[in-house]
Design a protein around this ligand. Sequence first.
Ligand code: COS
Length: 379
Amino acid sequence: MDLQLTEEQEMIRKMVRDFAQKEVAPIAAEIDDKGVVPFENIKKMAHLGLLGLTVSEQYDGGGADAISYVIAIEELAKVCASTAIFVAVQNSLVCAGIEKFGTEEQKEQYLKPLARGEKIGAFALTEPGAGCDVSVLQTAAVRDGDVYVINGSKRFITNGGFADIVILFAQTDKAQRHRGITAFIVEKGFEGFAVGEEENKMGIRGTNTSELIFDDVRVPVANRLSEEGQGFKITMTMLDAGRVGVAAQAVGIAQGAYEAALQYSKERVQFGKPICQFQAIQWMLADMATRIEAARLLTYKAALQKETGERFSKEAAMAKLFASETAVWVTNRAVQVHGGYGYMKEYSVERNYRDAKITEIYEGTSEVQRMVIARSILR
Ligand code: COS
């Protein structure tokens, strides 16, 4: 594994870090408080090419490799986990799905504006009764000539409230369970498509997480992504990539919290000296730094495996599992290093602690990641 970053990867790090530090960090608390990533920042990210970073240049994307992508998500998450997941969903769950499985017409019509950041996408898989077990989706798509008529609802959909384009998973043959799932591209304007309740969440409060309702929505057959029955494989493939993005988000959250704790420990004086001079604090900082480095390396390894074109489910699951548990562990310690101040909203570690938790849950819980890893090593 080559650990030397290329010039291009370093350039992307610098570009995203500059943007994150100048445009996101100063308003990260406000994003959390108001519950929205400002439109101005979305526009700036589109301008920088971040919303189609991994899409090939042929489809108006940045053509960046998987390591550059991981670096970009980490840099954003270091200052704002909500901004990071906004970019991650657009790239790895939406754009990559259309690029990998879409027709040329679908790429022209949907991928290009998504990659340019003119349209926002969402990935609508989860339902009230289908979380870890995707095979029991209830949303149904029934073919009627040149269209499918779709009925059902989706829950916990990131960016769902304002997405222009949704990749939707529905059953075209319920009896076939996972082999009966089909993917569709649905536009916000299609009749019968409505946004339901927005969720009130513990963390990543700047992200919109909404219910989506489909009431006799007529979706042209031309908007079917790949063949009938391929939806489960598509969703699993996209989630493998998505999990690398969540791992990167977790590394970023942990890194941000660690840097804040390190700085605070040098400034905070108790018992006549900065608290970083106490071994209790030093050991916490040492463990934080070590775990973050290990999580980052696993994340890079998963990204490199993705680049080979080989299946990378195990590597993605390991990276997400370890990085998300690291983020929760590190942010907890970062609050502890801050003592009472860490419990207060004025300190970023309070937000980091709340934001970290979701990385152990979305795009497959830690328990699902362990299932994927165990199946892979027992095969
Ligand atoms: N890539 C390609 N194909 C995959 C795959 C992957 N990563 N994972 C599974 N498959 C294929 C299998 O090869 C199998 O193929 P066949 O039908 O040809 O035999 C099929 O898909 C079913 O696989 P499996 O039996 O492993 O499916 P399970 O229903 O047991 O599900 C888990 C496995 C639990 C790992 C899967 O359902 C999962 O990841 N669930 C979590 C979903 C999730 O992340 N939800 C969050 C939504 S987004 S916030």
